[in-house]
Write a protein that binds this ligand. Structure first.
Ligand SMILES: Cc1cc2nc3c(=O)[nH]c(=O)nc-3n(C[C@H](O)[C@H](O)[C@H](O)COP(=O)(O)O)c2cc1C
Length: 207
């Protein structure tokens, strides 16, 4: 049976309303949550343990969606769809590992982050694990933060002056509870500051 024009108009309006409310709900959901991406490289598992603690800290902040990925798995959608990024690296020769550096280089080669500065105003933070007490953890975190600053991100720290870190060999093998707590504190602060920025965005858009 073919519907009368008035019936078709009525049905059309219902579909339109449902579509509009669905789109409005999606926008509302985006405004009501933040997404924190935790990206790491880890061969023997230490940096991964720290990454999971960063995730736990970020998740302790309400309405925070947290994604955990190895640096090699990250796509443009994951990167640009997140409000914050926390990057963790093992110390390799007193610096970030080659995999983590390659991740930052992919931002341009694969994702075309520049010249629009697509990471601008996203929150960034760093964490690191190193075998020795004083053999490059702070340089590793600072070079990660430098790459973020170069991309006009807003960097934060907690768990240590430049981020969370752990010593994993010698007298301090693996990751202890104090080091996990530092990583949780970093994740929590990243989520909290990301919320502050999200709530303040309407003001920063004004002259
Ligand atoms: C190639 C290589 C270079 C390393 N260089 C350093 C270094 O310069 N300083 C340091 O403290 N640890 C160094 N380490 C030790 C690692 O940073 C440490 O074991 C780290 O916790 C490994 O992280 P993962 O378990 O997440 O792979 C090096 C390890 C490798 C494999």
């Amino acid at each position: 049976m073919i519907a009368q024009p008035s019936v078709r108009l009525f049905l059309g309006m219902i579909f339109l309303c449902v579509g509009c409310s669905h789109a409005a709900a999606q926008v509302q959901a985006q405004q009501d949550t933040i997404q924190v991406l935790v990206a790491y490289h880890s061969l023997s598992g230490n940096t991964e343990i720290m990454a999971k603690s960063v995730v736990a800290g970020a998740k302790s902040v309400p309405a925070t969606r947290v994604l955990l990925h190895k640096v090699g798995e990250i796509t443009a959608d994951l990167l640009f769809g997140s409000d914050a990024l926390v990057v963790g690296s093992p110390v390799y020769w007193s610096n970030m590992s080659g995999e983590v550096k390659t991740f930052f280089d992919r931002w341009q080669f694969e994702f075309g982050v520049f010249p629009e500065f697509k990471m601008r105003n996203k929150v960034g933070a760093a964490f690191a694990t190193g075998g020795q007490v004083s053999s490059g953890k702070e340089v590793t975190m600072l070079t990660i933060l430098a790459a973020m600053l170069g991309n006009q991100m807003i960097i934060v720290s907690d768990g240590g002056a430049f981020g969370a870190s752990a010593t994993t060999e010698g007298d301090s093998p693996g990751i202890d509870e104090k080091e996990r707590a530092a990583a949780r504190a970093l994740g929590k602060r990243v989520a909290e500051v990301t919320w502050m920025i999200k709530r303040g965005q309407t003001f920063s858009a004004q002259p």
